[in-house]
Design a protein around this ligand. Structure first.
Ligand code: IVH
Length: 726
């Protein structure tokens, strides 16, 4: 019984406005803590009578000073939010992102790629519609009733925001005539007018103002108290779907019309176009209307209209082949460059960062921008050709900043007429600014790198930050800030990923040490996490639990988390789905030779893996220090095998397939993508490991080798018959 309310001498009737404000704040804290203790932790800290008295007093003060009532007043709350915020929802069908086009040529490239993938498809129609700048939401209806709403999250697991979504007027609670299972996907956004009004209200009550409508929409949807969401004017446009028990239509446009029929808002600027010229002309048309739409859009999305073709085109690891986002040009602003700092990244790259006088670019305040590398600062590109007309960038310069989408702001130009007389060319450091090791710029690489490896504290910390980042281990409560603090900690240091997983054990061991001290010994400073600044019993326990939750983790996340150069999240997904298990992946990487042998060939047969990446992965597994760190980590984990999608009942799952000769009903790219989506591994050459050779007309040595090895050989029709209906 710690925080019991103070004896209440001043009755609500005698309070001044200032006293009332203070008293409401105190009661909010007290009731909030009591609520959490009671409902969430099941450990009430104050008696029911004291709790009721505090709640009555809160209500009485609010009744006298209605203007002082807090947005999240305890009077309006029942219970407390779930323990870890929102519960998690696994998406039945992954929520993907879109690849981007910036120039007209990229749109032509997209159309050409689609055509090439499909072979000679004849006329192809596309839909073109605004790309809404909000946050995506997936709504699940079962038998016409909204049963779940989830944010995108990492695409596989999102947050359950059902209660919040139910408060949005554009989202029907019930629909008739829908498939038994229907997942509608779209964007939650806030109009300009509603955004301005919300910020005015927030300012008036001293609340947080939002930087732009998208942040306001995200902040409003993700409220643990759905009543706050209700008070925020959110809107929703539908543009896609997830799981369906029966198809909605044969075309994208048809599917959108069905969604309109169910009561969803579909963007009225959605248009059917044929080919790049019509797409680009609709893009220009939308661009002209952009300022008067009343809500933010950041480009135009093109989608292949025919759903059969969409199905054939399928997906790369995180984006569909049948759609692209054509982004609007970046927004620009001029400001002063005050300093150039050099950051050292996890692969040792020295990255210059411009420190700027803060300036608003497209609704976001920017105070840092990337300067890429030393050539970029000097006014040259990777090939040594001039950029910006050869103008270099100096501290003190007046520079033009731009940002496109979520990417880090960049510097486009320098105004030489405003260059201060004392500005001097920037001298790029030749030693690592963090560990003073020598730096090296490899032939053909524009980046200078620190050679310090694991002795460079910056590289170690950056690798750890990467390890806990969103696409990697994503441990709740262990972000960049905490990682930095643990790295510096002398009592509970985290210097490599494995250290994270024995943090709880080391923390507990401190207790044992303490017990073993002589009675009356010293000040009993334990060093345990819960006693640290910013930590307490609960937050320390939550961190240890969050770490334990990630001991069992999908293979692709582990590969990505290792932070191997050239291996990003896409490549990690490719490697994981190819090798399926950690054991297989580790065995292959440990034994592979560079540039030769079966393991090398097998690695290189993965679509999207080239020699540079292959070398980098193999090297990581074959360098002693690096390898020992990986082993120490893996010893603490249960790595989950890669999920093989769509392969249930597939006769080719796990089989190694080789295509050769001319295929007549599909392109090689399509054949490969389809086989992989059915769980097969597509290899480039025939070996003893090959299970099936698909040989079209003109097949030569591969067919012969297959025959010699006794490998099953099918023609194209035989292959199609085998996978038919899948
Ligand atoms: S289609 C399979 N259409 O943009 C991909 N996305 O950058 C389905 N977005 O995650 C997405 N407007 O949140 C699609 N008209 C639109 C969109 C749109 C906004 C968002 C969506 C997606 C992101 C990708």
């Amino acid at each position: 019984m710690s925080d019991t309310p103070h004896v209440q001498i001043v009755t609500p009737d005698n309070l001044s406005e200032d006293q009332a404000r203070g008293e409401l704040a105190r009661l909010a804290l007290l009731l909030g803590a009591a609520n959490i203790a009671y409902h969430r932790e099941d450990t009430p800290e104050i008696s029911d009578a004291d709790y009721d008295a505090a709640k009555r007093r809160n209500a009485a003060i609010e009744a006298r000073f209605p203007d002082l009532k807090l947005a999240d007043s305890a009077s309006d709350q029942v219970g407390a939010p779930a323990k870890d915020g929102f519960s998690k929802v696994s998406h039945a069908v992954r929520m993907l992102s879109l690849s981007n086009a910036f120039e007209d040529e990229d749109v032509a490239g997209f159309e050409a790629q689609v055509r090439k993938f499909l072979g000679a498809p004849g006329k192809i129609l596309f839909t073109a519609e605004p790309k809404i700048d909000g946050l995506s939401l997936s709504l699940r209806y079962e038998n016409g009733v909204l049963v779940q709403a989830a944010t995108r999250g990492d695409g596989e697991v999102g947050e359950n925001v059902t209660a919040n979504a139910r408060t949005i007027a554009d989202i029907p609670q019930q629909i008739s005539g829908a498939p038994e299972v229907l997942e509608v996907r779209g964007e939650v956004y806030m109009s300009h007018a509603d955004f301005a009004a919300l910020n005015t209200r927030q300012a008036a009550r001293g609340g947080k103002e939002f930087a732009n409508p998208r942040n306001a929409a995200a902040g409003s949807l993700r409220q643990l108290d759905a009543e706050i969401t209700r008070a925020r004017p959110l809107k929703f446009f539908a543009y896609a779907w997830g799981e369906l028990s029966t198809p909605l239509a044969d075309t994208q446009m048809g599917a959108m019309n069905r969604l309109t029929g169910f009561g969803f808002a579909v963007n009225p600027l959605t248009k059917l176009c044929q080919g790049r010229d019509e797409l680009i002309s609709h893009y220009r048309n939308i661009e002209v209307q952009r300022a008067s739409l009343g809500y933010d859009i950041d480009g135009v999305v093109y989608k292949v209209d025919n759903l059969e073709l969409q199905h054939r085109l399928g997906f790369r690891s995180t984006t569909p082949r049948w759609a692209i986002a054509h982004k609007f040009p970046a927004e620009l602003a001029w400001t002063r460059l005050n300093a150039i700092d050099i950051q050292v990244g996890r692969t040792g790259a020295l990255s210059p960062v411009a420190r700027l006088d803060p300036v608003t670019v497209g609704g976001v305040v920017v105070s840092n921008a990337t300067l890429h590398n030393e050539d970029y600062i000097a006014g040259r590109d990777g090939k040594g050709d001039e950029i910006r007309g050869g103008k270099d960038i100096r501290v003190g310069d007046w520079v033009q900043v731009y940002r496109a989408g979520d990417v880090i702001p960049k510097i486009a130009d320098v105004d030489l007429s405003k260059r201060p007389a004392e500005a001097v060319p920037f001298v790029f450091p030749q030693g690592c600014p963090q560990c003073q090791s020598a730096t090296l710029r490899e032939e053909g690489d524009s980046v200078r790198r620190c050679t310090g490896g694991m002795i460079c504290p910056a590289q170690v910390v950056e690798r750890l930050k990467h390890f806990v980042s969103r696409g990697a281990f994503d441990i709740d409560g262990l972000g960049a800030k905490q990682v930095e603090a643990f790295y510096k900690d002398d009592i509970l240091p985290v210097r490599e990923p494995a250290d994270i997983f024995n943090l709880r054990a080391r923390d507990l061991a401190l207790l044992e040490q303490l017990k073993n001290r002589a009675a009356g010994d010293g000040a009993l400073i334990s060093g345990r996490l819960k006693t640290r600044d910013g930590w307490g019993e609960k937050s320390a326990a939550s961190l240890f639990n969050a770490i334990d939750e990630k001991r069992s983790i999908p293979l692709h996340r582990v590969i990505f988390a290792l932070g191997i150069r050239h291996v990003g999240d896409n490549s990690s997904a490719l490697l994981a789905s190819h090798y399926v298990s950690w054991t297989a992946f580790e065995a292959a990487m440990s034994t592979a030779s560079l540039n030769e042998g079966a393991a090398w060939e097998d690695l290189m047969s993965i679509d999207g893996v080239g020699a540079v990446m292959a070398t980098s992965v193999i090297m990581a597994f074959q360098q002693d220090g690096e390898r020992a760190m990986i082993d120490r980590l893996i010893a603490q984990l249960q790595v989950q095998d890669a999920e093989q999608r769509d392969t249930e009942g597939s006769p080719v799952a796990g089989k190694v397939v080789v295509f050769t000769g001319t295929l007549e009903k599909m392109t090689r790219a399509e054949a490969k993508a389809r086989a992989e989506s059915l769980g097969a591994k597509v290899a480039g050459s025939v070996s003893r490991k090959t299970d099936i050779l698909v040989a079209g007309p003109g097949a030569g040595s591969k067919a012969k080798k297959a025959a010699d090895l006794g490998v099953e050989t099918l023609d194209e029709d035989g292959w199609l018959a085998l996978i038919e209906g899948l």
